[in-house]
Write a protein that binds this ligand. Structure first.
Ligand code: ADP
Length: 168
């Protein structure tokens, strides 16, 4: 199946997709940025389910229900903190995208939206992160069967322009 990849500018909490990905921290108990926005929009039941998950390692992903979001599922992944780029950041970031898509595929999510993982509070340079994101998604889609559309949900026009140029 040919999966459609595209970038838009939007608040990810409002997207009507099967699964939205959350750029979480390893506690999975909520934080700032997109994580805070997702927890606020999903409502307090989300943190109750997250408490049962026992955290999440950097580069890994876990899935919950979407609660009050339009999305049926939330996939929580923990991106790397940028520490100069020589500490395995690119592999860990690629792993976030890959593990998230594998979970989406397993749960039958046909449409998936990603925020720009690690490029906010975690400081990953956006141009590099966008290239890692697009490459990792394209590679992972070789191994999935149900995913029909992947959306890169950018929060600024600058980020959107970078993702669109990487997507070509
Ligand atoms: P991290 O800690 O992984 O860097 P952040 O949440 O700080 O995560 O930032 C990741 C990206 O999510 C940034 O590009 C930020 O602008 C963006 N972002 C913040 N809020 C939202 C939102 N509601 N919808 C989509 N993207 C968002």
């Amino acid at each position: 199946m040919k999966t459609r990849l595209h970038a838009i500018r939007a608040d990810i909490t409002g997207l009507s997709v099967d699964a939205v990905v959350n750029a979480a921290n390893s506690s999975l108990l909520g934080g700032g940025g997109v994580d805070g926005a997702i927890h606020r929009a999903a409502g307090p039941e989300l943190v109750h389910e997250c408490r049962l998950l026992g955290g999440c390692k950097t580069g890994d992903a876990k899935i919950t229900k979407g609660y009050r979001l339009p999305a049926r599922f939330i996939i929580h992944t923990v991106g790397p903190v940028w520490r100069g780029g020589v500490n395995g950041e690119a592999d860990l970031l690629a792993s976030c995208y890959r593990k998230s898509l594998m979970l989406a595929n397993e749960y039958g999510a046909r449409t998936v939206a990603f925020p720009s993982i690690s490029t906010g509070i975690y400081g990953y340079p956006i141009e590099r992160a966008a290239q890692v994101a697009v490459d990792a998604v394209r590679a992972a889609l070789e191994e999935t069967s149900v995913i029909a559309e992947v959306t890169f949900c950018c929060f600024s026009d600058e980020d959107l322009a970078i993702y669109r140029s990487v997507l070509g």
